[in-house]
Design a protein around this ligand. Structure first.
Ligand SMILES: [Zn+2]
Length: 268
């Protein structure tokens, strides 16, 4: 029992959020609910960390080095990360990582306002780690090699030019990747990448397909605590048919990334 508990803690969970706002749909988590989640993280004894720091240590020093650490990530770069999430993160003294879409900065996505370069710079200066979520939010699995390079490499360069800081982490739109997409991310100099497969990470996990757990508005305090412990990971992966189909296809077409292929086999 104790061993099981230790194993559970000595991994690196990464949480996914999109917009922090009162609204319907899976991308919205209300500020009140988000504060409850932060309370759940805090009362579970976790310290929050930037991906750069934690993933580095995880692969360099092993699982014990991320004892009781958790990373909070936001995909897409919605304005509400600055206006709603940031004050709450600061209240708890928490760190976070934001994945922005370089060509859509200052535009709209899914009917929501996206952060401008000045906003992203404010967040970066406040300690938020900025990563890339492609140039146009294209489905990378549907592009040819030149298209994948453009999305992965151009976005990195553009964000770096604006912030004057290295961009080290990447998040695949909708979590979709093939072995080819993954290879481009490695070649473009990223230190790691996040998918949307649910789970936590150890030093044996694929650094370029890090697992995450998404918290929704319907997850209350107790629900968040349960999710932090891994409840719902299997169900989440089981009900992700688009991802499963895509990975089965890539397995046939390209031999697949061994860890992804193994994960898919478990789901079959
Ligand atoms: Zn996205």
């Amino acid at each position: 029992m104790l061993k099981e508990k230790m194993q559970r803690i000595r991994t690196l969970p990464i949480l996914t959020y999109h917009a922090i706002e009162d609204g319907d749909g899976p991308l919205s988590v209300s500020p009140r609910r988000f504060a409850e989640h932060l309370e759940a993280i805090s009362s579970s004894g976790y310290a929050t960390t930037a991906l750069e720091r934690s993933v580095n240590r995880l692969y360099r020093w092993g699982n014990h080095s991320v004892n009781r650490e958790i990373a909070i990530t936001f995909d897409d770069g919605y304005m509400s990360v600055l206006t709603e999430a940031m004050p709450l993160l600061e209240r708890f003294g928490f760190k976070a990582t934001l994945f922005v879409i370089s060509d859509l900065v200052g535009c709209r996505l899914e009917g929501r306002e996206l952060l401008g370069w000045r906003d992203i710079s404010v967040l970066s200066k406040a300690g938020v780690e900025i990563g890339s979520h492609t140039a146009t939010h294209a489905m990378l699995t549907q592009l040819d090699l030149a298209g994948i390079y453009r999305e992965v490499s151009d976005s990195k360069r553009r964000i770096e030019d604006h912030l004057g800081k290295a961009v080290r982490y990447f998040a695949y739109p909708r979590g979709l990747a093939t072995a080819r997409v993954r290879r481009v991310v490695v070649e473009c100099g990223y230190a790691g990448a996040c998918g949307t497969v649910a789970g936590t990470n150890t030093n044996r996990s694929d650094q370029y397909f890090l697992r995450r757990r998404e918290l929704y508005d319907h997850d209350d305090f107790q629900g968040a605590i349960a999710k932090l412990r891994g409840k719902g990971d299997r169900l989440h992966n089981w009900v992700s048919p688009a991802w499963v189909r895509r990975m089965r296809l890539s397995e046939k077409l390209e031999g697949g990334c061994p860890q992804l292929v193994r994960a898919v086999r478990k789901l079959k």
